[in-house]
Design a protein around this ligand. Sequence first.
Ligand SMILES: Nc1ncnc2c1ncn2[C@@H]1O[C@H](COP(=O)(O)OP(=O)(O)O)[C@@H](O)[C@H]1O
Ligand SMILES: [Mg+2]
Length: 345
Amino acid sequence: MRKRSAGAVWLGLLVAGMPDPGRVLIAVGLERTDRPDVLDVLRCTQSVESVFAGMGVPVEKLFVHSDDFPGLERVREEILCRTPLKVFNLFEGFSGDSGKEISFASMLENLGVPFTGNPSKTLGRCLDKESAKQLLAKGGIPVPRGVFIDKPGGSPWKGLEFPLFVKPCFEDGSVGIQKDSLVQEEAGIERTLRRKLKEFPRGIVLEEFIPGREFNVGFLGTPPYEVLGVSMIDYSRYSGSLPFLHYGSKWDPACVEFNEILPVLEEGIGSSLRESLVKTARKAGEVLGCRGYFRVDLREREGCPYVLDVNPNPDINEDSGFARQGQKRGYSYPEVVERILAYAG
Ligand SMILES: Nc1ncnc2c1ncn2[C@@H]1O[C@H](COP(=O)(O)OP(=O)(O)O)[C@@H](O)[C@H]1O
Ligand SMILES: [Mg+2]
């Protein structure tokens, strides 16, 4: 496909009937940290800002600090001073406190300012993996069998089939997912659970490990959504790697899996499996009330897709899986960003 300039893209979208974006305020959290997943959001802010600046759209940044909470008065004032606008919401809470993401979106809803991505209710549902699973199961969507644990003791693994997987209930981006997340047998499980609970006292999820290929499906818009693409990881191709996406594989360039595992796009997925993945993922988005843009992570067991995780507002950096899916579909990076803005609500 011939590459078009950002300006041409913008004109094209106007011709296609996309609304005028007005002024864009990019909201992002600012904290002192060296955590790569947090720094990556700042990098994304720059990319999104460059897209709008390149299109000649007025764009400003709004940094949110932890001491703005609980009231968010300063932030509210700043937003009110800069109307008319849309907020491009890249605020994801702070390290160890993802819940602020929900309060921030809720504040934007109360102000009545259109903002990109998912509403506060959806963020709340998805940031609590156990609640999300329960809602999905109620909606008839296959999820791994498992239990929520917030205190040590008992034998919560009874009735579940090993191998099991343990992950924090209220984190994302593979935070807290390491080698010891995969538990092969009963011996030592109690110690692992105690250790994980100490690190994540709000709670962990212990569930059956789904060993098959991993997929993610990216979506844009409102139900029934536009499918951006389907990506696949076949762990059997990487003999020396752990068979799941742990923190290092997503964020640490020194980690073998970081360099080795790259999801393949729209290849090697039979058409009936692809159809079933998209159908299941779309339904998961609908059940959780997703809007704007989101990505559903799934794994396959005996041809059946299981939903592991629904990611509202996933990474949209230029080199992200989401942007790569867009490219494969024929959207340049500025077009993906513009579409996300167009769905602000
Ligand atoms: N039940 C499971 N079975 C197999 N792999 C899993 C399971 N749950 C999580 N994983 C692996 O861990 C990764 C991160 O888990 P996920 O639930 O997506 O949380 P996060 O919000 O941190 O991305 C997944 O991409 C997958 O590789
Ligand atoms: Mg995930």
